[in-house]
Design a binder for this molecule. Sequence first.
Ligand code: NAD
Length: 337
Amino acid sequence: SASSTPIRATLFPGDGIGPEIAESVKKIFKAADVPIEWEEHYVGTEVDPRTQSFLTWESLESVRRNRVGLKGPMATPIGKGHRSLNLTLRKELNLYANVRPCYSLPGYKTRYDNVNLITIRENTEGEYSGLEHQVVRGVVESLKVITRQASLRVAEYAFHYAKVHGRERVSAIHKANIMQKTDGLFLKCCREVAEKYPEITYEEVVIDNCCMMLVKNPALFDVLVMPNLYGDIISDLCAGLVGGLGLTPSCNIGEGGIALAEAVHGSAPDIAGKNLANPTALLLSGVSMLRHLDLHDKAEKIQNAILTTIAEGKYRTADLGGKAKTTEFTKAIIDHL
Ligand code: NAD
């Protein structure tokens, strides 16, 4: 209720269109009486020696303290001697799972109108371990590291997610016929966790076949869990099934229940500062943050207002073929709350 103490959440407006779409989120959340108090942090203009990145130590501490946050896009600054912003966040906050819901938006026509799936990507190891070297001239190696600990952790998250969200099936995506040891271990861990969730159907699908099935009939899938690189590719493929970058939210889950929600898209420098950006992806990321906080009625209310506004078609941003400015679209959503 409005009288209870507000929940503090970290907000990174980010770069480019970030501040414009973050403003839209703040306005809509305020209009919907969401009991959240934002702690805003911007990417610094110089490297913080404590993080070796443009992200300040204070901003990371803010997420650690609040355990929940929303992140706009961050443009990667050029120059040497610092870590990438997204890598810093992932490592420092141990964001081990990236969760991306993909569902068809009613009233926004794409090739499919029955998509409703969730991709869950292992976010810390696999092909992204950064262990690459040259053996001799003309021969290089890259180590794909899979650990029991990280695999169990992401599998546990996927099954727990399925159970809590009333999902019926978890598909582990792999290439264990070739990557016998690495993907083999990943599958073994998924199987172990599956045994603890007899009410959820478990299946294993080879990645190439999975791609074919997804583009033929995405309704074949429910929750998908997979190692890092497969997750990177499949989650973008799924975003493409439902209408593109302006629409797709995601949420990063970290150690100890940290949740950092973020839009999938970048800072869109081509349209930044012009009041043209579509705030839907960041808004829906905010909605997933609300669900994480068990604020389901607020989440539902805001999500419905967004979907109704898009379905009506009167106010749509340019990326969806409309003429509405960011602020006009935002106002239309508020009118639908
Ligand atoms: P981008 O996602 O910023 O833009 C790609 C295209 O999509 C552009 O034409 C842009 O106008 C459009 N677009 C993206 N989001 C939109 C929205 N909400 N509404 C309307 N149109 C939208 O990708 P890019 O141009 O490759 O990257 C720009 C910068 O963003 C780079 O510095 C990159 O490193 C960074 N980036 C950050 C993240 C992140 O923080 N997670 C992700 C991707 C890219």
